[in-house]
Ligand binder design. Sequence first.
Ligand code: AG3
Length: 293
Amino acid sequence: MDVWFTENQASGLRISVQVTGVLERRKSSYQEIVVTETTGFGRMLTLDDVVQTTERDEFTYHEMICHVPMCAHPSPKCVLVVGGGDGGVVREVLRHGVERVDLVEIDEAVVELSKKYLPTISSALTDPRVHVRIEDGIKAVREARSEYDVIIVDSTDPVGPAVGLFAEEFFRSIHGALRDDGIFVAQTGSPFYFAEVIGGVLAGVRKIFPRSGLYVGCVPMYPGGLWSYTVGSKVHDPSVPKRRLDAGTRYYSPEVHTAAFALPAFVKRVVEGAGLSSDGAGPATGGATGEKP
Ligand code: AG3
């Protein structure tokens, strides 16, 4: 049988993936979660018909959202992951010899189905250093005080329930939840399709963090392929790796870390539109800014 899953990626654009079966379909109080078997991408997790991850390409996203902020920090010990109930980010964070990782995921069913069907992605969730909390990420971050070296926001797209995770108020709470030299990253979607979101997020982050920036990576299954990550940092320059990661990564490397901040011209204009270079704080060729004047 020729069965295809289709995601409406953008206005006038759809992507289809050939599927051989549905492993489980579950309606939680937040969303519909489906795990399918595909012919080319291994198992795939979708939330409300939006692809979150596939076994085949997940490393491109999980390595880039994790290792850039983690390596930009000289000694991250305590890490918070907001969202990311599939466990992919947590798996990567544990390669850094951290003491503790808190995962705050709002939907318990995402964690449960990921553990059941996506073991290569979720296996780290049972590590003793990992504390999975099923609660609202916005509330959890608001209540945390100077606890974390790194915070990673692995959210869904900036529509519906996730919009609060892209708001300035949330980035203020993140600032409060980070230690004095803390650093955070949030996935901010496709620069091609979500330029306005990125501009808005950057403008907010820039008001709150002395250093901020945007970097990009490729995620084959996401709209446009080119994906953006927004960083805010209290002290350390996010574009400079402070440590080498010796574990065998498949996408990230120190060279990719630095290169990811060299933005295509149309993305650089989005960054500049958010005021990042207008006062001379940012380098002309990259996405990371220096000290705020
Ligand atoms: N979080 C980002 C998913 C965004 C996908 N967007 C889309 N397909 N339109 C992924 C969670 C993986 N841990």
